[in-house]
Design a protein around this ligand. Sequence first.
Ligand code: NAD
Length: 360
Amino acid sequence: MNMNIAVIKGDGIGPEVVSEAMKVLDAVAAKYGHTIAYEQLLMGGCSIDAYGDPLTDETVAKAKKADAVLLGSIGGNTSTSPWYKLPPKKRPEAGLLKIRKELGLFANLRPALLYDQLKDACPLKKEIADKGFDMVIMRELTGGLYFGERKTEEVDGVMTAVDTLTYTETEIRRIAIKAFDIAMKRRKKVTSVDKANVLDSSRLWRKVVEEVAADYPEVSYEHMLVDNAAMQLVKDPAQFDVVLTENMFGDILSDEASMITGSIGMLSSASLNETKFGLYEPSGGSAPDIAGQNIANPIATILSAAMMLRYTFDLDAEADAIEAAVRKVLVEGYRTGDIMSEGCTKVLCDEMGNLIAERV
Ligand code: NAD
């Protein structure tokens, strides 16, 4: 297969971790007989420095032509960087919001996986951590409370604020289909999270999810109220496979799920649209505190590249090979500084990339 990948290395540790992910992708391509054409693009602070704009229309047009985008992270130190003296629409993060909107990315996928070797980093009780967990949170990204009408006004002499939570059945159906498709590539279970005992939008959510579920007889599904889901995530995270939910619930639950893995440098993510196109990036930021020192953990970005192979290119064996290589280096005791523990071998960012590429 020939893959056209737009690469946005970005700022801070972005260039360091993306270079390692490209190294691993190249190893996969060599082993399985694929070719990869990369087009490097600028976004965020580096684009402000080059073009005075965090994301130019030309860059968006080039990204749209690719099969997928591999992104590092963007932004700098928000207290000291001159980028944050600019108006909000000209700051690095404006590029991120613009690219998500321009590419129609409505589904955010964040895996939360506890590796056996990193169990000590899990803040949950040992008996819960020992059971392990491996789930993905599928969050709706473009609707709901964050995008509904809002206003703040004085009503009868009292300041009153209103936010509106709107979902159409079209918006619910397209993300439900994504969630069930992804469940088919995993353990075939969907937990749809809502607040149907109170909210109309959740009752519509539940109805549409049930309609979609009927087309996936192999996938088991359940509905769960969001308050219960927040408790179950810390009580029994092993029960979850694909957790499907709306924007605000997903915002909160995906951070909770990330937290229980205990290591930000390991967390990958994908944002998808209706086609096979996706934007793949680590969940963490640009980590300006450690940028340029070759000590960042590249695994989150490498695992994001594995997600790209699985979800954009349907190359499951190749994605499995990367995930297995990551496990292997962890089993062999190699760690970057952020996940270092006693008795392990500390390696630099590029050494970690080499170790994983060699084991693909
Ligand atoms: P951050 O995620 O960059 O850093 C938080 C902490 O985690 C830091 O101590 C950092 O060193 C550590 N860390 C993060 N990734 C790591 C890795 N791969 N290996 C080792 N350690 C890692 O969050 P922050 O400090 O709040 O934000 C820094 C900048 O990143 C800001 O400009 C912010 O706006 C931006 N940001 C960008 C994205 C994105 O590009 N999608 C996401 C979040 C934050």
